[in-house]
Design a protein around this ligand. Structure first.
Ligand code: ATP
Ligand code: SF4
Ligand code: MG
Length: 373
């Protein structure tokens, strides 16, 4: 059986830029500019990149919450089979929508404050006419329990809950219609770090329990490293690298990915941070550069980079990268905790001199050992 749940081909979403009294279209923001993705059933597929690179618009266009400018999104529906979401009729969309849900970033604004929690969770079931009366109340109670809340919370209003609890309510709502795919758009970035871990653990538990597939949008690489099976990196509306989390974090093949990873805190206590390689501003998606969009910031750029756009190609083991020099460049990935411990163990105490602003060597070694226990 084909294990692909979602296949996105050359997806485009351009927003018109309007000016003047007559609101004439003077250009377009190319928010999503030819995105290709393939998401397997049961995996967590992350989409990362800097703010404004088109992550949310990609997610929303896949779900057809935004009308696409072009391209194809084929979703494997459990009964209807392969459906092109972008050209599906309103009737077919109504059938497939229950299987494709979304969790939003901001648990404070994504819940209607005038509705009780029970009503918020019930809404998709009422709209889709799946349950009513006693069965609906039982289902609401079940969903609240599944996300770690209590059935009696159904009668309360969202303002009575903390950020993490509100996100749990958003998750319960997304689960109401037994989805197959959930687009998680920065689901923990508005939460405190301690609460983030709890919500991520809940998402992982629910994935196992209900056989869910996640398209996990995030700008936080630490979160992605923790939760994702595979990762796509976006830059100015395009996908520039795709690989397993291991391939992408520890042997990146695209200089933009290397630059993003350089901002990750290192687990080596002697070097708390690495110098960031990401210089300059992100180009405007209304007026992207010629050739490789990253050439204006890339430390490895050569003449060809300004003239020719590198295609996203398989450089081995289903690791895709869009760079003319992926085969030659030796790029630096994130540090593995195991490598750091090995280096520390091999380093004489005197050599492990304290770094400016760092800890002393004995404390460093102790904390590294603690971290690897
Ligand atoms: N409705 C809209 N009209 C016009 N431009 C838009 C619209 N929505 C998004 N954009 C633009 O499209 C580009 C991509 O935006 P998007 O929100 O998808 O980025 P993002 O990667 O999700 O960013 P962030 O990490 O900040 O959430 C941005 O330049 C944004 O300003
Ligand atoms: S194609 Fe050129 S500019 Fe683009 S990432 Fe590769 S080396 Fe850098
Ligand atoms: Mg976004």
């Amino acid at each position: 059986m084909d294990d692909t749940l979602l296949e996105v081909t050359d997806l485009k979403k351009y927003f018109p830029i309007k000016q003047g009294f007559l609101k004439r279209t003077v250009g377009h923001v190319r928010a999503v500019d030819g995105v290709n993705l393939s998401v397997k059933r049961g995996e967590t597929f992350a989409v990362v990149g800097e703010s404004g690179c088109g992550k949310s618009t990609t997610g929303r266009t896949i779900l057809r919450l935004e009308e696409p400018t072009g391209g194809e999104v084929v979703f494997q529906h459990s009964e209807l089979g392969k459906i092109n979401v972008e050209t599906a009729s309103a009737k077919v969309l109504r059938r497939i929508r229950p299987e494709m849900q979304i969790i939003f970033q901001d648990p404070f604004s994504s819940l209607d404050s005038r509705m009780t929690v029970g009503r918020i969770i019930a809404e998709p079931m009422i709209i889709n006419n799946t349950l009513s009366g006693r069965a609906l109340r039982d289902r609401i109670a079940e969903l609240l329990t599944v996300v770690g809340l209590r059935p009696e919370h159904a009668s309360r209003y969202p303002h009575a809950f903390s950020g993490g609890q509100r996100q749990r309510i958003g998750i319960a709502r997304a689960l109401a219609l037994n989805p197959k795919l959930i687009v998680c758009d920065e689901p923990v970035s508005a939460l405190d770090v301690s609460v983030q871990a709890q919500v991520l653990n809940l998402l992982e538990d629910l994935q196992d329990r209900f056989d869910l597939t996640y398209l996990f949008i995030s700008h936080d690489l630490s979160v992605v490293e923790h939760i994702a099976d595979r990762v796509a990196v976006m830059y100015v509306g395009q996908v520039v690298e795709v690989g397993t989390t291991d391939q992408l974090f520890y042997s990146p093949k695209m200089p933009y990915t290397e630059a993003l990873l350089s901002s990750l805190p290192t687990p080596d206590p002697r070097k708390r941070t690495r110098p960031t390689l990401l210089m300059g501003d992100v180009p405007s998606p209304a007026n992207p550069p010629s050739g490789c969009y990253f050439h204006t910031r890339c430390p490895y750029a050569q003449d060809i980079c300004k003239q020719e756009a590198p295609p996203l190609r398989d450089i081995g083991d289903n690791h895709l990268a869009a760079c003319h020099f992926s085969d030659e460049l030796q790029l630096k990935g994130a540090s593995r905790l195991s490598e750091v411990s090995a280096t520390l163990a091999a380093t004489p105490q005197s050599a492990a001199a304290p770094q400016p602003g760092g800890q002393d060597s004995a404390a460093s070694t102790a904390s590294a050992q603690e971290a690897t226990k």
